[in-house]
Design a protein around this ligand. Structure first.
Ligand code: ADP
Ligand code: MG
Length: 252
C-alpha cells in the first residue's frame, strides 16, 4: 500500500480519505480526511448538526458513506463488507443515551455481547464483566437493573459493556451531555483512565477540560467539514478559523 505510514513510521489504525456522505440530497459530510494512529486520542467538537455523530457512526458502519475510503484496523468499509460484526467488535461505541437493555441486569447487559458474539462461556463472560465493572468502579451494582442506578453509573456500565468486547478503538458520542453536572466527572474520570491505558479514542465532546488534558488533537467540524485541526493548546488558545473562534467564544 502506498503512503500508509506516517512521519514516525507508525501506520494509522483509522484512515478516512476524501470521504463524503449524503442523506438523500443532503450532503452531510464533505471531503473528510482523518488519520488516527494507534493509541491516539482525538476530540471532535463543533456546533449541533455539523456532522460529528454521522462521522463517527461511519467508522463502525452504523452509517454508510458514499464516496472516498474508510479503513479501520486494516479492513476497508465497503458495500460488500462481510465482516461487519468483526468491525463492530473492534470498534466500541458509547452514546449520549446509554442504550442499556432496561429489562436486563447490569451483569446481563455486559455478558450479552461476549456470550452471543464472542461465543464465550457464561461463567467466563461474567468474570470478564465483573473485571470491567471494577475498572469503571461500580462492581457492587452488578445485579441491579439500569433503572435502579444513576445516569453516571449507567454511562459507566455502557463503557464497561463496550470494553467487554475488547475493542481496539473506542468512539464516544457526547457521553456526558445527558448527565447531571455532578455525574459528569465520574464518567470523564473513567475515560481518562482508559486513555492512560493506551486506548485509541475518538471523543465527540464539548468538555474542554477533558480535551486539554487527554486529546492529542482537537478537530472542529462545521457544516459537514473538518474546518480546523490542532493540538489542544494551540486549538483553544489560538484558533485560526473564524468559525472556530466564533464557536469557542460561545462555549468557553
Ligand atoms: P451533530 O452530531 O454534529 O449534531 P449529526 O451528525 O447528528 O450532527 O447530523 C448532521 C446533519 O445530518 C444534521 O443536519 C442532521 O439533521 C442530519 N441527519 C442526521 N441523521 C440523519 C438521518 N438519518 N437522515 C437525514 N438527516 C440526518
Ligand atoms: Mg451528535
Amino acid at each position: 500500500m502506498e503512503d500508509a505510514g506516517t512521519q514516525d513510521g507508525r501506520k494509522p489504525i483509522i484512515e478516512i480519505i476524501e470521504m463524503h456522505k449524503w442523506f438523500d440530497e443532503f450532503h452531510v459530510l464533505k471531503d473528510i480526511n482523518l488519520r488516527v494512529l494507534p493509541q491516539e486520542k482525538i476530540v471532535v467538537c463543533g456546533p449541533s448538526g455539523s456532522g460529528k455523530s454521522t462521522m463517527i457512526r461511519c467508522i463502525n458502519r452504523l452509517e454508510e458513506h458514499q464516496r472516498g475510503k474508510i479503513i479501520v484496523n486494516g479492513t476497508e468499509l465497503t458495500r460488500d463488507l462481510k465482516n461487519i460484526e468483526k468491525v463492530r467488535a473492534e470498534v466500541g461505541m458509547v452514546f449520549q443515551h446509554f442504550n442499556l437493555f432496561p429489562h436486563l441486569t447490569i451483569l446481563d447487559n455486559l455478558t450479552l455481547g461476549p456470550i452471543w458474539v464472542r461465543k464465550m462461556p457464561k461463567k467466563e463472560a461474567e468474570e470478564l464483566a465483573m473485571h470491567y465493572l471494577e475498572i469503571v468502579r461500580i462492581p457492587e451494582q452488578a445485579n441491579k437493573y439500569p433503572g435502579q442506578i444513576s445516569g453516571g453509573q449507567q454511562q459507566r456500565v455502557a463503557i464497561a459493556r463496550s470494553l467487554c468486547m475488547k475493542p481496539e478503538i473506542m468512539l464516544f458520542d457526547e457521553p456526558t451531555s445527558a448527565l447531571d453536572p455532578e455525574m459528569i466527572k465520574e464518567v470523564l474520570d473513567v475515560m481518562v483512565d482508559l486513555a492512560k491505558e493506551g486506548m485509541t479514542m475518538i471523543v465527540v465532546t464539548h468538555e474542554m477540560g477533558f480535551a486539554k488534558t487527554v486529546a492529542d488533537r482537537v478537530i472542529f467540524m462545521d457544516y459537514g467539514e473538518i474546518v480546523e485541526e490542532n493540538e489542544p493548546n494551540a486549538f483553544f488558545d489560538n484558533p485560526q478559523h473564524e468559525r472556530t473562534q466564533l464557536f469557542l467564544s460561545q462555549i468557553l
